[in-house]
Ligand binder design. Structure first.
Ligand SMILES: Cc1cc2nc3c(=O)[nH]c(=O)nc-3n(C[C@H](O)[C@H](O)[C@H](O)COP(=O)(O)OP(=O)(O)OC[C@H]3O[C@@H](n4cnc5c(N)ncnc54)[C@H](O)[C@@H]3O)c2cc1C
Length: 454
């Protein structure tokens, strides 16, 4: 989409969505269902629709029931459901014949793209948002959103950027071409092989960590791989159907209404259902590789568990030297590697290890937010940010809202950020919250700004 709106005249959107990944795609579908999409704009930093393209590893599958897609549980007849996609690709019968519990990730990436492309007229790609502020402009309470040096005005914002990458401090100074977060894996890994890299270290025991190890081993027969995990080896996900009830809408209410200490306790108990653990099939594959190494005597993969990385430094020839301490024996191991994949997940709201008070994009809003006792921003049940009493406001005017669409694992529980399973219901809740607002019209004497480039 480009230049479809009046260019030198101020335009106030009902909603600006930041990011057009699964969370905001689901919102677009929900808004369109009710005929409320017209005055909405999504700003997406990537050049085209995609879904974690740097983790589109061949041979991987998805981790949720594919019918828990953007919309099917709410509206099984939607044209944007996974089955509609399969039918449109003329692959429905082949899919039904597939002897596999989950479709490949490449197929779900195709599905996400296929849906996103149908909303092309409300999305601007290549538009990374760099700032959001709340302002009163001529008696109207609204948000100013910056992207590519342009400014957009809107009554509401839906932040659907995904959580920030969790980069433990020890890696931070080294991030770059040879030290990458998992979300930047594929494009760098391809380059490393071309550059003749001999040894790669993968940090983390999550599903993504295991997938990356397996992928690296298949990339070049001479590549050595070391895996460093903080825990005692690779854990299997807790996929009991009883645990999986956390992906039901009732669980969101149950979690949201619990006191913060109880939420933290629940989070700790449920952690392995989605984090720091991997599916049985990839663990089995890894185990077979380890056994085969014993049979053949050819060792390409080294596993180091209980490893707490203490320091990372550069050797004189530019390689990376990692010192890790075993959590129980206290022994120190030093290894020199050419590249590191930091597969340490994403940050939730809060304070302490792997958490942050708010997403970096919210820094312009941070001084007017309310915070919980754990240090993270507070969020209402409808996913809107709670603003503090000193935030700008106009008496008798319905306050504008910033919805955190896919960032609320600390307040709304498991599945809020790390799963597709609740997209259909979260988007319904946000859509209904928007529909419940007092209708807004730009006043006739509203000032004219050059908010968009000609
Ligand atoms: C490798 C991997 C595999 C996964 N597999 C599964 C799975 O099989 N099943 C499952 O249920 N969940 C899976 N997940 C969890 C997954 O994160 C969510 O299901 C889903 O992607 C979350 O969608 P989202 O839109 O909230 O965030 P994202 O998918 O991260 O999308 C955010 C979008 O916002 C854009 N963006 C970010 N910052 C800006 C900015 N400043 N300005 C503009 N645009 C911006 C990004 O480019 C991106 O398009 C997986 C996660 C990863 C990392």
């Amino acid at each position: 989409m480009d230049g479809a709106l009046p260019l030198t005249q101020t335009h106030v959107y009902d909603v600006i969505g930041v990011g057009f990944g699964p969370s905001n795609i689901a919102l677009a579908i929900a808004l369109e269902e009710e005929g409320n999409l017209d005055n909405t704009l999504f700003l997406e930093s990537m050049a085209e629709a995609s879904w974690h393209p740097d983790m589109a590893i061949s041979g991987t599958d998805i981790q949720h029931n594919p019918l828990r897609d953007f919309v099917t549980p709410r509206n099984p007849q939607s044209q944007y459901g996974f089955l509609s996609y399969l039918k449109a690709q003329d692959r429905l019968l082949d899919y039904l014949n597939l002897e596999a519990p989950f479709p490949p990730r490449s197929e779900y990436l195709g599905y996400v793209k296929w849906v996103a492309e149908q909303f092309g007229d409300v999305v601007r790609y290549d538009s990374p948002v760099t700032g959001i502020t709340r302002e009163i402009i001529d008696g109207v309470d609204l948000f100013r959103v910056e992207a590519n040096g342009r400014e957009f005005l809107t009554r509401n914002v839906s932040i659907g950027t995904g959580r920030s990458a969790n980069i433990p401090e020890v890696f931070a100074p080294h991030m770059g071409h040879r030290v990458v977060h998992l979300t930047d894996y594929l494009s760098h890994a391809k380059a490393w092989i071309e550059e003749g890299v001999k040894h790669v270290t993968v940090v983390g025991g999550s599903q993504s960590g295991v997938e990356i190890i397996l992928d690296l081993l298949g990339r070049s027969p001479s590549l050595q791989v070391t895996s460093l995990t903080r825990s005692f080896g690779f854990k299997q996900k807790d996929l009991s159907p009883f645990t999986e009830q956390i992906y039901l809408p009732e669980f969101v209410d149950y979690f949201y209404n619990a006191p913060i200490e109880k939420q933290q306790k629940m989070t700790a108990e449920l952690w392995r259902s989605n984090y720091g653990a991997a599916d049985h099939d990839v663990i089995e594959h890894l185990d077979m590789i380890m056994y085969e190494q014993k049979v053949t005597g050819v060792e390409r993969l080294t596993l180091q568990s209980n490893a707490h990385i203490e320091t990372i430094s550069r050797t004189p020839d530019g390689r990376l030297k990692i010192t890790a301490r075993d959590a129980y024996s206290e022994e120190r191991h030093v290894q020199v590697t050419d590249a590191i994949v930091v597969a340490t997940g994403f940050r939730n709201f809060g304070s302490g290890d792997g958490r942050e008070a708010y997403h970096p994009l919210m820094r312009g809003l941070a001084p007017i937010c309310e915070y919980r006792s754990d240090g993270g921003v507070d969020v209402a049940r409808d996913y809107s940010l709670k603003f503090a009493g000193h935030a700008p406001s106009i008496p008798d005017q319905d306050p504008p809202k910033v919805f955190l669409n896919g960032l609320c694992e600390s307040t709304h529980g498991f599945g809020d950020a790390g799963s597709f399973s609740l997209l259909w219901i979260r988007s319904t809740v946000i859509r209904d919250a928007l529909a419940g607002q007092v209708p807004f019209a730009v006043p006739a004497d509203f000032p004219t700004f050059e908010t968009e480039e000609a």
